[in-house]
Design a protein around this ligand. Structure first.
Ligand SMILES: [Zn+2]
Length: 546
């Protein structure tokens, strides 16, 4: 280890921390057993990639946060980031906890850093060497201790390196806006880190867009590599009740310090790390297995175990839809081009297109979608409504409330009643239909409803697989249900956008479900109560109604 880094002893962060016996949380920084942390503490990867964008997806208590704190101090002392370093946390409390306690201890415990800082007790801004190191909290759309939206302030407070910790608790817009601080930087470095929460969201999504490094541990016996994170739980062996890291190829015990970071996507510029508590030498691996087998007995949950111990995003099946579940709704029918109706329509405004779903109730609480389309404007929507004999339409009242009302007036003349819909978080009932044709719906309940439509066999029928159905299936899955606990401890459920946030078809299905309440079952389906097939469907002259 020493010989490897001796050549750049003055500039290499972990070596610097080791020779100076830097105390972290009261204990001296050690290289033994912490090899997986070393590359993460360097501005350049061991395979030579300069870290402009860096993503750290991790379990909790893996040493990553303090490893970065050391790199920050080293960078500040050595003038590597002359325009400053800003560390962001999702809340004011998190800033105070980190900056006021752990980071402060790093300064008071280590004279080599502390003597270069004359405002150790400051919480939001310190000067270390000749570098400003700021600690800011983002809450909702404001940054505590600095105005993100004020361009003057941004110019006055530039930075060369931004770090965002606990990334999944940030508002996405906020996480984007902080980049303004780098506007004048030639170094232009950004680090996002945190434990993942939902799959394909936050840090999990950032990691999958990175070069996706994993710690590959080489076996002395068979020379093959094992990644503890991907091979859990087979990577843990038990000997007299004591756990040890195990080669998944030959079963020999492996030494976790004999690993290297190997990117799955080496050509991607952003550097990404994923590591779990399985790499922490202080973690009892036998205990990890016990927690995995019975999380409740250890006062945790499957979700928390996955996220905090393994650094894996987790969503319960009942909280997210999966594309395979949507595909199971496919019938063998093509998308229809026209329909006798009466049909119901749901649409969502997603710039620059309107996403439309048309269909009808089959019987009871079962639905068939006969057409899904993305159209460019209101006349095109009108054309569809005519071709499918749409009698009831529900659409997003926001963000174009003015346009939908105007369109509703024209449609009324053609026998299509349009209900602008407001999706509300706190509505006391499932839905509320006003005399002015305005409909309100409870957000959580309508998403629950469309979720149930998909997962219960036969409740929703959609056309057979085609390109549009693929887009539909993808967009159906871009929401996830999560629990929110407010300051008074009140628990509530919300659906949050995830992934690429393109959830328009999901919204359209929600609206379609509502629209079906205002229209009867087509005759062809009424005659065939015993079957789901449209056996008595009669062909009519194509184009007679266009
Ligand atoms: Zn082996």
């Amino acid at each position: 280890m020493v010989s490897e880094t001796a050549k750049n002893a003055a500039t290499d962060v972990p070596y610097w921390a080791w020779v100076n016996k830097i105390l972290i949380d009261g204990r001296p920084f050690q290289l033994d057993g912490r090899r997986y942390q070393l590359e993460m503490m360097r501005p350049v990867t061991d395979d030579g990639k300069v870290k402009l964008g860096e993503v750290v997806k991790k379990g909790t208590q893996t040493g990553a946060t303090m490893g970065k704190a050391i790199e920050v101090c080293h960078g500040a002392l050595h003038g590597l980031y002359p325009q400053g370093i800003i560390i962001y946390f999702p809340s004011k409390v998190a800033v105070e906890d980190y900056s006021g306690a752990r980071f402060k201890a790093l300064l008071t415990d280590n004279d080599i850093i502390g003597k270069h800082c004359n405002d150790i007790n400051a919480v939001h801004k310190r000067r270390i060497g000749k570098t400003n190191v700021s600690f800011l909290g983002c809450s909702g759309t404001t940054i505590i201790g600095g105005m993100a939206k004020d361009s003057t302030t941004v110019r006055q407070n530039p930075a060369d390196w931004l770090l965002l910790d606990e990334r999944d608790l940030f508002d996405d817009e906020m996480a984007r806006q902080v980049n303004q601080r780098l506007g004048n930087s030639t170094i232009n470095r950004r680090t996002d880190m945190g434990s993942p929460k939902l799959p394909d969201d936050g840090i999990d999504r950032l990691y999958s867009n990175s070069d996706m490094r994993r710690w590959q541990i080489k076996c002395d016996h068979c020379r093959k590599s094992t990644c503890m994170e991907t091979e859990f739980p087979q990577c843990i062996g038990l000997r007299d009740g004591v756990g040890y890291p195990k080669c998944v190829h030959c079963g020999s015990e492996i030494d976790r310090s004999k690993g290297i970071w190997v990117p799955d996507h080496p050509t991607v510029e952003t550097v990404g790390y994923w590591f779990s508590q399985l790499l922490n030498p202080n973690r009892d691996l036998a205990h990890v297995l016990k927690e995995y087998d019975d999380p409740i007995a250890f006062d945790t949950t499957e979700a928390e175990f996955q996220r905090t111990v393994l650094g894996v995003a987790y969503a319960r099946a009942e909280d997210v839809l999966r594309e395979t579940e949507v595909y199971q709704c496919c019938t063998s029918d093509q998308m229809r081009n026209l329909h006798d109706g009466p049909c119901a329509m749901g649409f969502d405004v997603g710039y620059p297109l309107l996403h439309v779903v048309i269909g009808h109730r089959i019987q009871g609480d079962r639905y068939r979608i006969v057409k899904m389309a993305r159209v460019k404007d209101w006349p095109a929507l009108h054309d569809l409504a005519q071709r499918f004999n749409v009698k009831s339409t529900v659409g997003d009242a926001m963000p174009e409330s003015h346009k939908i009302r105007e369109w509703a007036k024209t449609e009324a003349r053609y026998g299509n009643t349009v209900y602008p819909c407001y999706v509300q978080v706190h509505l006391k009932t499932f839905d509320n239909w006003g005399t002015d044709n305005i409909v309100k719906v409870n957000m959580t309940e309508i998403f629950d409803e469309s979720h149930q439509m998909v997962v219960n066999p036969g409740r929703l029928l959609i056309p057979r697989m085609c390109e549009e159905v693929k887009i539909f299936a993808h967009q159906m899955c871009m929401r996830a249900k999560f629990i929110e606990t407010d300051s008074r401890g009140q628990v509530s459920y919300h659906y949050k956008k995830v992934g690429d946030k393109q959830d328009h078809y999901r919204n359209a299905v929600n609206f379609f479900h509502l629209a079906c309440k205002k229209v009867g079952v087509p005759e062809s389906n009424r005659k065939n109560r015993a079957t789901t097939q449209d056996m008595s469907y009669t062909l009519r002259n194509n184009g007679s109604r266009t």
